[in-house]
Ligand binder design. Structure first.
Ligand SMILES: Nc1ncnc2c1ncn2[C@@H]1O[C@H](COP(=O)(O)OP(=O)(O)OP(=O)(O)O)[C@@H](O)[C@H]1O
Length: 294
């Protein structure tokens, strides 16, 4: 069992944007979902943990490795699928993985051959091993991305926005693969897609404007909202009035009219109906009105 401990990690870019604001988290083996809207700071956190950028202050350790001060040690036990693993030369899946295995220090030829075969098998691409990766679908490319992240038996795997652009079938295959991988190591799945976290993660954090605004189990967060979420379809020109009167969590168009979800301790009447809260309600309640709700 590994433990990743992040304490007060902070980073302000030279343009003044505070991307990480005292981020503290502790995680153990399993799938961990890091959910946040675009610009929340997820990639900044992932890149810092992957030793690709520095923090201004704070610390991060993986077991006895000090990530910020021992980047070379961390890289030996890290598997990283960056947000843009999209530049492929015209080589086959087998050649690409072989090349990356060499870069990762697997120098023994027969060991490497066996590893590449194992990885191709694991991500269900063995039949396609002689095809050019350039011609692969988005989902197949992401599976190659996971295969390369698995080289070297990592203890920590970071996947940054992995399902963007995948169709539902591909996303499902990718979920299954991640769930399989996530049993024995720490996997951090950074995403703005609520479904990714709901389907895969037993532990999660929600990030907004560089801060962790929630950390815990998705189910506990949903239970906390039970009987406090109400919905109503309203007219577009009434939205502002509703926003002044209620704590609107989310607002989605249904057949051209806004369907609003509100947070309320009591039944607000006025045509609202109570709904069973879901993780999307949790997400929006934490990022829009986290100061009111916590
Ligand atoms: N190198 C940089 N220099 C300046 N500002 C940056 C840099 N990288 C990110 N930012 C800013 O820091 C904030 C956090 O960005 P970050 O990419 O970490 O967020 P994110 O949650 O991963 O979002 P996305 O899903 O859009 O990548 C944003 O406001 C972004 O514009």
């Amino acid at each position: 069992m590994s433990t990743l401990k992040i304490s007060n990690l902070s980073k302000t870019y030279t343009n003044g944007v505070k991307a990480l604001d005292n981020v503290s988290l502790e995680l153990e083996n399993g799938m961990f979902g890091l959910l946040g809207p675009n610009g929340a700071g997820k990639s900044s956190l992932m890149r810092t943990l992957a030793t690709l950028q520095d923090a201004d202050y704070g610390s991060a350790t993986l077991d006895d490795i000090d990530i910020l001060n021992q980047p070379a040690e961390l890289r030996k036990v890290l598997g990283y699928l960056p947000q843009e693993f999209g530049v492929y030369p015209r080589i086959t899946a087998e050649q690409l993985l072989t090349h990356l295995a060499i870069l990762k220090g697997i120098i023994n030829k027969s060991e490497r051959k066996e590893l590449v075969k194992y990885l191709l098998d694991k991500v269900n691409l063995y039949d396609k091993r002689n095809k050019s990766v350039k011609g692969f679908s988005g989902g197949m490319k992401q599976r190659v991305g996971i295969a390369q992240a698995l080289i070297g038996n990592p203890k920590l795997i970071i996947v940054d926005e992995p399902t963007a652009g995948l169709d539902p079938g591909e996303r499902n295959r990718f979920y299954n693969l991640l769930a399989d991988v996530g049993k024995d190591v720490i996997v951090i799945l950074s995403t703005h897609i609520v479904d990714d976290v709901r389907e895969l993660c037993t532990n999660m954090a929600i990030m907004n404007l560089g801060e962790i605004v929630f950390h815990g189990s998705p189910q506990v967060a949903i239970d906390d909202l039970r009987s406090k979420v109400f919905q109503k379809i309203v007219n577009r020109d009434e939205l502002e009035t509703y926003a002044n009167e209620y704590k609107i969590i989310s607002n989605k168009m249904v057949a051209g009219r806004p369907l609003i979800h509100i947070y309320s301790e009591e039944n607000p009447q006025n045509g609202f109906e109570q709904v069973t809260p879901n993780l999307e309600d949790v997400f929006f309640s934490k990022i829009n009105t986290s100061n009111v709700l916590v």
